[in-house]
Design a protein around this ligand. Structure first.
Ligand code: GLN
Length: 381
């Protein structure tokens, strides 16, 4: 009765944990969204846009003023030239941009290279588009294993998904790593589809590099980002894809019939977001750096082993063996008995490695994180 496409994945475990968290009155360190207010200026811009009657469909592929502003931002921040008329598509979050890109590129049986650990969505993105995922585990210290990556490419490889800064590992891919990926993509005629939603959230002076800015990747990259994380508006669902003209026209076709367009008044407000001064981004990093250290300290104190992330707002922690439970059982125990929700590691791994991990987000108010720290102290592991 049902399509075989939906047999291959389950509903989001991240959002399932949010529901469980609500049920148990736990602190939700599972789903990555802020529990603090969005910037006032942005909320005002959205309210004015509605009052000024930006309430009907915008152009399917995005309001012109927003595409122009995204083009400027892409040039200045990502070092990517994207013509607003032909190379930018505004979507319902980067989630839609990713799915629309996959549907636009993949034929049944094409292969997609995905680094492990990976963001939960890429499995379903592959299943729905008919792609066969090839997972490449990152080695020790989150480094690329060059041999494993090289072996993952073959005649059927069509796409490589790259998420930097990475959710859940916090890895920020280096220039050398991007160069290696670029060489393989160029050699095998593969398109890189990137998820750069955390592009402004980097610590310890790490720099974000978009693979689409490398010469050889100019016409073979779909660069995806959005407003959710940088401007703390995850519920607005505004994202975008940058890609050369032919790729963009395929993405636009899918996008048009999937969603018609992203919310018009919120697109208008996002123009204001892109005009925020540099100090906004500096403050964002300063804020998340403090939260990163707070959660890291709390997890270490509670007996977890984990690394400081280089970017994004998650910490992937090892469940101590003494806990005697796998990730699912331990996540359920944590939410019901300790009052802290996290995501079971297996959501981010194809291999067994995820069974020994939990992912925590620190995109929460300091008070929330401190209360979580207090509860974690009671954890008996
Ligand atoms: N990106 C966020 C996370 O990883 C939110 C996921 C979602 O629910 N779309 O937690």
């Amino acid at each position: 009765m049902l399509s075989h496409r939906v047999d291959h994945f389950v509903e989001s475990v991240i959002r399932d944990m949010t529901r469980l968290s609500l049920k148990h009155g736990a602190i939700n360190l599972a789903q990555g969204f802020p529990d603090f207010p969005a910037p006032l200026e942005l909320k005002r811009a959205a309210a004015s846009a509605i009052m000024e009657d930006y309430n009907q469909y915008s152009i399917t592929w995005g309001a012109k003023d927003l595409r122009e502003e995204i083009s400027r931002k892409a040039r200045e921040y990502n070092h990517i030239e994207a013509d607003p008329e032909n190379e930018i598509t505004v979507t319902c979050g980067s989630t839609e941009a990713m799915m629309a890109s996959m549907l636009a590129l993949i034929n049944e049986g094409d292969e997609v290279v995905i680094f492990e650990p990976f963001y939960e969505n890429y499995g379903p993105d592959s299943a729905v588009s008919g792609a066969v995922p090839r997972f490449v585990p990152l080695g020790e210290d989150n480094r690329i294993d060059e041999d494993a990556l090289t072996c993952a490419f073959n005649k059927k490889t069509r796409v490589l998904i790259l998420n930097t800064p990475n959710n859940p590992s916090g890895k920020v891919f280096t220039k050398d790593e991007l160069k290696l990926i670029a060489d393989l993509c160029a050699y095998h005629d593969v398109i890189a589809v990137t998820d750069e939603i955390y592009e402004y959230i980097l610590y310890d002076d790490k720099k974000h590099i978009s693979i689409g800015s490398l010469d050889e990747m100019k016409d073979r990259t779909i660069t995806i980002s959005g407003f959710s994380k940088t401007y703390s508006v995850t519920g607005w669902r505004i994202g975008y894809a940058l890609a050369e003209k032919t790729l963009t026209s395929a993405i636009r076709k899918v996008h048009d019939f999937l969603t018609v367009g992203a919310p018009a008044p919120l697109q208008h407000a996002c123009v204001t977001a892109l005009r925020f001064p540099d100090s906004y981004y500096e403050e964002l990093v300063r804020m998340y750096d403090g939260k990163r250290k707070l959660l890291y300290g709390a997890l270490i104190n509670a007996g977890f082993k984990c690394c400081m992330p280089e970017g994004a707002y998650y910490i992937l922690a090892d469940i101590p063996e003494s806990a005697g439970m796998d990730d699912m059982a331990f996540a359920k125990y944590m939410v019901s008995e300790v009052g802290v929700a996290a995501v079971p590691g297996s959501s981010f791994y194809k291999s067994e490695a995820g069974k020994h991990k939990l992912r925590f987000t620190f995109s929460k108010r300091d008070e929330t994180l401190m209360e979580a720290a207090r509860r974690l102290e009671g954890l008996n592991i």
